[in-house]
Design a protein around this ligand. Sequence first.
Ligand SMILES: NC(=O)C[C@H](N)C(=O)O
Length: 339
Amino acid sequence: MSSSATRRPSVLVFATGGTIGMRRTDSGLAPDPEFPEILEDLVARICLPLGVEARVNHLSPAIDSANADADTAPKIARAVRARVRTQRPRGVVITHGTDTLAYTAARLAFELGDLGVPVVVTGSQLAHGEEGSDAIGNLTLAIRAAVKAAPGSPAAIAFGGDLLPAVRATKHDSVALAAFRAELPLAAGAAGVPAPPHVDAGSAVPSAPSRVLAFRFVPAVTSDDLRASVGGRPQGLVLECYGSGNGPMARPGMLGTLRELCAAMPIVAVTQCTTGGVDLNRYAVGRELAAAGVIDGGDMTLEAAAGKLGFLLDRRHSDAELRALMLQNLVGERTSTPA
Ligand SMILES: NC(=O)C[C@H](N)C(=O)O
């Protein structure tokens, strides 16, 4: 019998930082240098009654997730994929700070959508050593979910007693232990993550990951503000629109600025509302946005739209492919819009 047939199932826990691994210092909460041993011990105790083995790996250095950048989620995805290839775990748990957890989890849902191993992201509101900490409860929920989920299950967030679809979740409470919420369930009929496009071996490989920014319409906004928001030359923009996809299109220069920006980068509209979504066909101002080239983000969260756009940009899909894929439901992140 091969050794893999006799080996006990295992879970890979990949720690990236966040409050879960911090402790109080004179300068505030900061990464606890003893956390690697503490986590090893915690994970072993959670895994023992489940009959699974554990492997704990760490992102170096551990970060406060407020310091996550455009490469944080892709880097986690690369590290997890490499370890899954060699360790062949039954499930993967990623511990992460809560500040940008929903962004990373949404991006990972696309990056690791074809992994074939369940991925569950967790963290905590209180540090592991604090009284009443949610660290052990969240970690336990995440490990159980990762080893019990079916192999092709969509990426999830385990937090505050709930398991949430990663592409639908947002952090909605900065204090409560139930910090995350998913307003909508996974959209049915997900097509799956498409194969990466063929890219000519000779063509230049971008040296840095794509940066996707967000711009939120508020009543005082001018077209100059919108233009200034892309002054740092991001590769994509998510436009946080009013209601069902409206913006101040009567503002001097707004239509022209949007046209110009849409010619330079993909711009995706999402709603500022907590739930519902964008329908650029509904209002005249929405149609003007669409005519300028803005892509209808449907009912995607900001986090899912940004993660999906960054993922597709980094894979270097053509403009037309990217637009079509943004309108499609790949991993349950949106209700599809006919192109
Ligand atoms: N609760 C937390 O994890 C917040 C922390 N600032 C982080 O995101 O890393």
